[in-house]
Design a protein around this ligand. Sequence first.
Ligand code: NAD
Ligand code: ZN
Length: 378
Amino acid sequence: MATAGKVIKCKAAVAWEPNKPLVIEDIEVAPPQANEVRIKIVATGVCHTDLYHLFEGMHKDGFPAVLGHEGAGIVESVGPGVTEFQPGDKVIPLFISQCRECRFCKSPKSNQCEKGWTADRYDVMALADSRFTCKGKKVLQFMGTSTFSQYTVVNQMAVAKIDPSAPLDKVCLLGCGICTGYGAAVNTAKVEPGSTCAVFGLGAVGLAAVMGCKAAGAKKIFAVDINPEKFEKAKVFGATDFVNPKDYDKPISQVLAEMTNGGVDYSLECVGNVGVMRSALESCVKGWGVSVLVGWTDLHDFAARPIQLIAGRTWKGSLFGGFKSKDGVPGMVKAYLDKKVKLDEFITHKMTLDQVNDAIELMKHGKCIRTILSVSPQ
Ligand code: NAD
Ligand code: ZN
């Protein structure tokens, strides 16, 4: 490889400051250090968590950064000590690592590896260290991945090797949204056959949750969104009933309780709004109802009446759908290749990296499910 061991200059979309459009810049990407892998990003999705950091979280120490965490690419070179990857391997960078050694990796109960940026900096959403510079300034790697760049460097514990026949412009979605929603239903809620479910928020994450509920054998799946344009897609993934909270003048939890003889067995919040989180909890049935927080927010406390839990409901959260990342992602890629999970149906727009701000605007206005950006020629 002509580029191995050298600094690569390439294009990336840099978020210089919160609440401003991204700027396509020439950045320098340093060679991988020990245990690191440098990846040519071929394609990336745009996820709401990118928008959250830019417009909602806006933590001043989290900028400048290269956003994007739902990508797929090809290994360009590897640093010392890397034996698991070789140049040319198809990979998905992971925003949650799997070191296989920490207390959390050793437990089958969790995917919360204690290495990587999630360990200490949820607010900044990046590690202090980065292999990116631009105009002489260090640029942070958002969620450790930064897929809005033609090249990125990731520790091998946060990279999944995938089937060489996988189409990167589709399976990139497994780097975040689809594993997140699908796994929240299957792994975290553990939806049972014959059950009744409600999914709040029908972006890619919510639609993937609908797909997970269906795969787990749910008999009724309520799709809840304030944007009725989302309902048609929800049907494609298996939703059976459609509810727009704006159509009712009573709380949506009451509406759902009336439709289900007391509440759903499982509810999943895929919006990132603490008010909706409470509604989702209150929509599930007392006795055994399980409500899962999937939507991302760290700005407000949430609230609920203790009696909701005393009466036997369970409230839990799910990061990356509960998948242990390195093990789970190749399995989901295989499930896609075996036609057991859908991906193509999530893709509503295709653009190039230099149109990233248009893709962000589409999502902001609820006009897309997923836009795939082609980042580097393959
Ligand atoms: P998206 O913007 O595409 O979808 C959000 C949907 O919620 C939209 O359809 C919107 O109309 C709907 N919505 C907004 N307010 C609502 C309300 N009051 N009631 C019902 N529906 C409402 O976003 P996405 O990419 O699908 O991401 C969804 C959420 O999941 C975000 O908060 C994102 O940050 C989060 N997320 C979490 C994880 C995780 O690991 N937990 C991973 C990825 C994304
Ligand atoms: Zn995401």
